[in-house]
Design a protein around this ligand. Sequence first.
Ligand code: FE
Ligand code: CA
Length: 518
Amino acid sequence: MTTRPTTDPPDPPDPRRRSLLALALAAGAAPALVGCGTASIAWRADPFGLGVASGCPRADRVVLWTRIAPSAGPSGPVAVDWEIAADEAFGSVVARGRETARAEDGHSVHVEVAGLDPARWYWYRYTAGGERSPVGRTRTAPAPGSTAPLAFAIASCQHWETGRYAAWRHAADEPLDAIVFLGDYIYEGAPRSGRVRRHDGDGPTVTLDQYRARYALYRSDPDLRRAHANFPWILTWDDHEVQNDYANDRGENLAPDFLVRRAAAYRAWWENQPLPPSMRPTGPDLRVYGAYDWGSLARFHVLDDRQYRDWHACPPPGRGGSNTVDVAACPELVLPARTILGREQERWLYDGLARRDVRWNLIAQQTLMAPFTWTKEGRVWTDGWAGYPAARDRLLDAIAERRVDNAVVLSGDVHCHYVCDLKRRVDDPPDRVIASEFCGTSISSEGLPQSRVAGALPLNPHVHYGRSDERGYVSLRLTADRCEASLRAISDAGDANATLRTAARYVVAGGRPGPQRA
Ligand code: FE
Ligand code: CA
């Protein structure tokens, strides 16, 4: 205790200030940091203008994230105090601490808070340089054994220029436990005029600073910020977080230094998402795939089908990237050794699927897994699983042979709502369904003309629903007995105030693979 003259008024009973003081003393009151204790900073803009986020929910922990907005003018390291409470009013703070937001991490903050109770909501906030952040809400997963219900949304593909984020506004209002984001969080392209909104900069994102600026632009959208603030997210990525249609170490324009760009993009992705400090990449590699358990009800097997895949078969002449090819004219396509996940991830996935300790196995990944042909003779787009048929066959064989319980594949990427039966082979009879697939349409990215999709649906009878003219997401509700998927569609992608409707609803009954229209 400090002694003071008795004439001095006593300190107000502010436990937060006391604890900050204690922390500062314990840390040796690191004098190089700005924003220590209650010192205020003359911010040029709201330092928390990019919002708050949480992610990677486990039964005992969650990751908290924020990033000091570049527009606020952070220079050098910034001390950021965080606290997490069991109530919205922060009457019962359960943990608090101080992190340093450093320029080399894009002034991002990643806190993995452990020791939390399972299956409950928490609230968190930050303070830096005298400014307080908005409050975020997050939750932990139930403990093993629990089969309490789970509600979540899958979302993907939020091109800034082609739409506003009304879909996020509606998703943020749903009673969800989590968001599962399946890729194309940013689009790397150069700004183009004549669209709903315009990208920043004067070219595609290539350098770390350019990717950082692009994320800051996307996070400036209030509806996206609210979707982050309301729920923990589980994330994977697709191609546009780096470059359209990249495959492993090869970009679509065959740039010799592609891995330098990939390293910058992966780093910016980590900096800008609620991912643990342990995932911070230092080169062109980053392990993203992993499992997230929701009690004993469900396991998310989150995949990465970009980083380890074989190059596209039969690319356009002189280029990398995808193509639409006649299967008969591209023998390379069907080579048995081709992989979209890489051998190591495949092994990891098959082992995880075989565990039989959860009711639902949710395979959360980037792109359409169900076979999809554009002609009777067989014509496929090579960027999705259709470009890696042997890899798909191996996965479906693994599901069948290991008798995987209630496998549901969750997909994005193609800017189209698809609902599919998955059979071991596409020509198997309709009663041989082994898994279900829900592919969510894009939040805002443009889809193919619906006439093309509608024309191809009769050639793909295992696909029950296909709407490329809907923008939105899929809201899922799981219990021990059923999985209900509601395909949400907004009224107008260009209107931030667009309304929401449920375009279709499907149910998968436990123990009976295959979506049924509800
Ligand atoms: Fe996309
Ligand atoms: Ca994509």
